[in-house]
Design a protein around this ligand. Structure first.
Ligand code: SF4
Ligand code: SF4
Length: 320
């Protein structure tokens, strides 16, 4: 039988924020949400894509000449890709002398990916870490991730699932069977706000969170850990009302089950990725958050009575 394959946009070694200890994080391509602020836009669309990187381009125009579909043209701003015409033949990628034209991500087999991440097994063991799957949305690759985690568990490697939570129960259940740690995004409690900013309701997401809570309760040793993550997005999630609503949800629905609730301050560092994809981004000129704003949101979180030890604020804030 042919091995499962999945598109991986990036493998980052030595991560320290995607679960406990020192880890390798694997980012899968494709996500069922379309968050307006998405920090990994190259991971939103499932399937292969190409992009062009201005910084690497020497404007030789070899790519334009090589394209059999006439899908590329140059102007003062750079090389543009007509995605309606592009057949992803790869001729431009092959011909580009400076890797400015590139496929986003790479297809991996489960065996290949297991072999790759196991190169750092000693580090995971020495620094209480492991392997995290992220994205995009790793549950969009559930059969692949299930087998990947199963094989890592057989090697004694700690596994973490970083998820937006939107997936079918049939996708989530088998992955959870081999998961030691879940990082779960809660962006909004209000379904209409969730729909507005992510283009999908949070109904299934909260049902899946309930399943994860049930799984933790059922595992007698309470071995699976749960971290909640909330991106602080100016004008969207970053309101005291929303943060307090999420805090109350955690307090009332997940008592004693959440080890950490992380408020992740927005930054616009991914702006260049939108440029490479030639996509408009409403947050391109959005500044870093002020410390005072972050402090107010933290207070809103604590006002719900959750323990201060479980609350973590991460990300850059504006300096005075
Ligand atoms: S991948 Fe092929 S069709 Fe698409 S822009 Fe490059 S050369 Fe043209
Ligand atoms: S072939 Fe590469 S370096 Fe040359 S113009 Fe195209 S993208 Fe730029």
């Amino acid at each position: 039988m042919e091995e499962l394959k999945s598109l991986v946009i990036e493998i980052i070694r030595g991560t320290t924020h995607d679960g406990p200890g020192l880890r390798t994080t694997v980012f899968f391509k494709g996500c069922p949400l379309s968050c307006r602020w998405c920090q990994n836009p190259e991971g939103m669309k499932g399937g292969q894509e190409i992009w062009w990187e201005e910084r690497k381009c020497i404007r030789c125009l070899e790519c334009v000449a090589a394209c059999p579909e006439g899908a590329l043209h140059e102007d003062a701003e750079g090389i543009h890709i007509d995605r309606a015409k592009c057949t992803l033949c790869g001729a431009c990628v092959e011909t580009c002398p400076s890797q400015a034209m590139a496929f986003i991500g790479e297809e991996w087999t489960v065996s290949g990916l297991v072999e790759e991440v196991l190169k750092y097994k000693e580090y995971y063991q020495a620094f209480d870490g492991g392997v995290t799957v992220s994205g995009g949305e790793p549950l969009a690759h559930a059969p692949f991730v299930t087998e990947f985690f199963q094989r890592l568990k057989a090697e004694g490697v700690h596994t973490a699932l970083d998820t937006c939570g939107l997936a079918s129960l049939d996708a989530l259940r088998p992955v959870l069977a081999y998961t030691d740690h879940v990082l779960f995004d809660i962006k909004f409690i209000d379904p209409s706000m969730h729909q507005h900013y992510t283009h999908r309701s949070n109904e299934i997401i909260l049902q899946n969170l309930a399943l994860i809570a049930e799984t933790i309760r059922e595992r007698r040793d309470k071995a699976m850990k749960l971290w909640i993550r909330t991106p602080l997005i100016p004008g969207a999630t970053a309101s005291e009302e929303n943060i307090a609503a999420i805090g109350r949800y955690i307090r009332d629905n997940l008592p004693g089950l959440v080890e950490r609730w992380e408020l992740c301050a927005f930054n616009p560092i991914c702006k260049s990725k939108y440029k490479k994809l030639e996509l408009p981004w409403a947050y391109a000129d959005c500044a870093l958050m002020e410390q005072e704003t972050v402090d107010r949101l933290k207070q809103a979180a604590l006002s719900t009575g959750l323990a201060s030890e479980m609350l973590v604020v991460s990300g850059l804030v504006a300096s005075l």
